[in-house]
Design a protein around this ligand. Sequence first.
Ligand SMILES: Cc1ncc(COP(=O)(O)O)c(C=O)c1O
Length: 474
Amino acid sequence: MVRLPLKGLDRDSLFERMQRYRQNDHPWREGRIFGYIFDVDEEVREVIRQAYTSFLTENALDPTVFPSLLEMEREVVAIAASHLQGDGEVVGNFTSGGTESIFLAVKAARDKFREENPHLTQIQMILPVTAHAAFHKAAHYLDVEAIVVPVDPRTFKADVEAMKDAITESTFLLVASAPSYSHGVIDPIEEIGQLALENNIYFHVDACIGGFLLPFWRKLGRDIPSFDFSVEGVSSISMDFHKYAYAAKGASVVLYRDKGLRKYQIFTCSHWTGYAMVNPTVQSSKSGGPLASCWALLNYLGEEGYLELSRKTLVATEKISQGIERIGGLYILGEPEMSLLAVASDEVNVFHIIDEMRARGWYIQPQFARGGGKENFHLSITAAHFSLVDPFLEDLEESVESARRLPPPEEVDLGELKVEDLDEVSMGAFLEMVGIREGRLPSRMAGIHQMLNSSSPELVEAFLRYFSNELYSL
Ligand SMILES: Cc1ncc(COP(=O)(O)O)c(C=O)c1O
């Protein structure tokens, strides 16, 4: 049992120990990772770090006590609003990430719609199947129903007719992505905006991953369809700074077309014996670090700095896409409009490719066959990959060839296993069987990925819940 040490450790042994803990982390500084990490270089890291630590202790819970934070938040929100073609009416808040921004947008729309329609108890939001899992989480936490509709099986873009058909008097929100995480394509925002207007419902554009980058790609000559406040009918947008704005994690923004809708995001409480609470966001006490760090980086890099990073991302994406098309057996799903690729194969098992790449020091992410699609691997390409294109493609080609020679992954046969049959004992035995011991994953994951890919979403969810529950137990 780990306990608080009686005597504190000296600084050297503390940091030494943390360094030891780090030994098995993926070496992200080398850039050989295509998800989770958005990093520029040591110079930028130093700015982020310095700004973060200089506001580490300030508490953004009360902006009247720390007006510095209010000022920075107003400026960051204004930068985001003008970046997304908002007018002077657009308002918003700085949040801890895409999930929080999405939660708040769903809550604001839910509460305003409920006030306008008090007779409707069970209300619904319509999601294309490519919408981020954060919307399912929001539906779960906020007790609204998620109605999932298919996307076009070739382009992976939202099917506007399917969304239209799903609208009922209980629909309070339409959701679309600009672009989707899984396939990097932008949903038909203008058409969905029209649908929202015609039906007098709210429309959230999830630009968490793309909102910051896309306007720069447009400046660089890419044909980017309208996806922001320039589109009538868009009522709110989420955009993360901790992705393509390269801010320290804990940095996103939720924007509303006007204060009338944002008002419903804010929680206040005076029904207790302590301070009267005002929380515009989910967190209450929160460090000023992420906001200060984000503010500093936006101002440090500026338009020119970001344009250059976006150019590097664009060049890396084009070269990697062309390289992938040249490698026999691989192809890109849909026509990505950003630096997010889903790569599939009809000849080689993609989960073997992921393992082979892992053995060569690269992290790439599996995506399962869902929504009528095919299993694939995902790449979030960033400016850091600009100088890694050639070694990446060489290793990818080699990995495909090695994977081609391997027998199909040894899949665990789940038979007719159903979620209801699962219990602690069967789950424990199951983890052992697939080679997961003490929360440690086997070095080759193809068998597990293959099994998850062919299991029902409900079974995968139950399995992951059990796994996570074990993982966070000492
Ligand atoms: C399109 C999109 N929406 C939402 C999110 C969730 O963001 P976060 O992980 O910051 O909560 C992501 C994350 O990748 C995303 O790509």
